[in-house]
Design a protein around this ligand. Structure first.
Ligand code: NDP
Length: 500
């Protein structure tokens, strides 16, 4: 069972297709009592799930994966209807998601199973191991821009680590959440994955509920509210928030490739991508050439009709943010493509503005629309400084033919992820952890770190024999303490290993 057949629905959310405004579906809004009831059910499911062990969990997860894969066309239709994105984009989202689910299912045992660690010379009589145990019930709160891929980055890894999940999707996109939970109910059951539809209030209720961890993906402003709610019970959270990703283009870069990736990362999904390209810092000597290539590609994009490259803005109010940023950018910058007239209601044609003051909102705040700002810099060093000059720190990309220079820039970028000579190149690499620094959040999803994010480390030290040096007693002997006083400088006095 997934939706709340047993929940007294006092109110409902209705989703509409952003392309034509038609009603897609109606879902109940879960209140505090419904949230508590779901968390209780998931608690029972968590006990069963934990008892399955790694091998059986892996088999269940792979059966669920297969059910999702076999219904991919139907799921893509749902994603497309509620977000307004092209069907092909939705299919790509599903493919990326399943790659992560597959990795999490197949690697959980290797990453999390109990392992021996060295106890050290003094503690030779301790058999020391560390294991990673599930928290219990994880509450996942997701956004609407990639309504499957983004929350599943938490859900797949939380489930593989042995937790049950209560998933609260955005009120704009409950469809995929309900659909995957239904597939779970058919493939596995046992209340291990429950979808809970509703609005921001439902999210607050989940964040204050008895869940053992919260995985939040959404804006930085909401993350702060979720943290405050979770603080009531000291519930730990992982926060995947917004970004203002920059692309750095050196004078020696392949400009054709850079332009292609900038248009893909900046305009794809109407710019509604947390790691989308919002800013470009390009070496002055190649700026005009890069701008011309970006504009040539971007002006070919279609935003209307069956073969549109991207859909309308999913969140109606985001249009106002884009308009505000465009107007602010044009106070100091020059339009290379489009401008305020490109904003046609929720459909926004690509906009490229150059030479924008660094203090502009279009440079400092997340736009989440198809606007790219391109500013000239002297070199990669200056590009890194400017890229680091916002409160965000999610991702960045460097284009250069000098791999060493690229790596040096990557090392100085204050972000959680960097791609060199591509954008978004990490998204499908399941083994790579993902997350931000600064106001882009903290904690990691994906990869081994993602599995550990949803696990509590438990250490066990077994005393296997009596210690020669018996220090864990209040009846320490003078002889033992004399040995200790000799050993301290012997073991630690020489700063061994301090030399480079
Ligand atoms: P929001 O912050 O508006 O909402 C995120 C989720 O939080 C939604 O499910 C929302 O519910 C819920 N919510 C709203 N208010 C509260 C509250 N007070 N307590 C608990 N939950 C609440 O983000 P968007 O959905 O608009 O998503 C866009 C943002 O997400 C962008 O900033 C984007 O950069 C970021 N994002 C980050 C990613 C990352 O991995 N770092 C990936 C994808 C997006 P409801 O919608 O029903 O109101």
């Amino acid at each position: 069972m997934t939706l709340m057949e047993d929940t007294p629905a006092t109110a409902q959310v209705t989703t509409r297709n952003p392309v034509d405004g038609t009603v897609v579906a109606t879902y109940p809004i879960a209140d505090h009592a419904a949230v508590a009831a779901h968390v209780d059910r998931a608690r029972a499911g968590a006990a069963w799930w934990r008892d399955q062990g790694y091998r059986d969990r892996r088999a269940h997860l792979l059966r669920w994966k297969s059910a999702i894969a076999n219904g991919a066309e139907e799921l893509a239709d749902l994603i497309s209807a509620e977000t307004g994105k092209p069907h092909g984009d939705a299919l790509l989202e599903i493919m990326l998601t399943l790659g992560h689910l597959d990795w999490a299912a197949k690697n959980a045992e290797r990453v999390l199973k109990r392992r021996k660690v060295k106890a050290g010379l003094i503690n030779y009589n301790q058999h020391a191991t560390v294991g990673y145990e599930p928290y219990g019930v994880v509450g996942v709160i997701g956004p609407w821009n990639y309504p499957l891929y983004t929350p599943m980055g938490s859900i797949s890894y939380a489930l593989a680590a042995g937790n049950a999940v209560v998933f609260k999707p955005s009120e704009l996109t409950p469809g995929p959440a309900v659909w995957i939970a239904e597939r779970w109910a058919e493939a596995v059951g046992h209340d291990v994955l429950l979808a809970l539809t509703g609005d921001g209030g439902t999210g607050t209720a989940l964040a204050t509920s008895a869940v053992d961890k919260i995985a939040f993906t959404g804006s930085t402003a909401t993350a702060k509210k979720v943290m405050a709610s979770a603080a009531q019970r000291l519930t730990p959270i992982v926060a995947e928030c917004g970004g203002k990703d920059a692309v750095l283009v050196a004078a020696d870069a392949d400009l054709e490739a850079a332009a292609d990736f900038i248009v893909f990362g900046g305009m794809g999904n109407s710019g509604q991508t947390c790691v989308g390209v919002e800013r470009v810092y390009v070496a002055e000597s190649v700026k005009d050439s890069l701008v011309a290539k970006v504009v040539a590609r971007a002006e070919r994009l279609r935003t209307d009709g069956q073969d549109a490259h991207y859909g309308p803005m999913t969140l109606p109010s985001q249009t106002d943010v884009v308009a505000q940023h465009v107007n602010d950018a044009l106070r100091t910058g020059s339009a290379a493509l489009g401008g305020p007239d490109s904003i046609k209601g929720r459909r926004i044609d690509p906009i490229v503005i150059t030479d924008v003051d660094e203090s502009s909102e279009a440079v400092q705040a997340e736009t989440f629309g198809p606007l790219v700002v391109i500013n000239p810099v002297a070199n990669l060093d200056e590009a890194v400084d400017r890229a680091n000059g916002t409160p965000y720190g999610l991702g960045a990309a460097v284009f250069t033919s000098n791999r060493r220079a690229g790596k040096a820039a990557a090392a100085r970028l204050e972000t959680g992820v960097v791609t060199i000579n591509s954008v978004l190149g990490f998204a499908g690499v399941a083994a790579l952890p993902f997350g931000g620094v600064k106001e882009s959040g903290f904690g990691r999803i994906h990869g081994a770190d993602g599995l550990r994010e949803f696990s509590a480390a438990k250490s066990i030290a077994i005393q296997t024999r009596k210690a020669a040096l018996n220090l864990l007693t209040l009846d320490r002997t003078d002889k033992d303490m004399h040995t200790v006083s000799k050993m301290i400088p012997m073991l630690h006095g020489r700063a061994k290993g301090a030399k480079h």
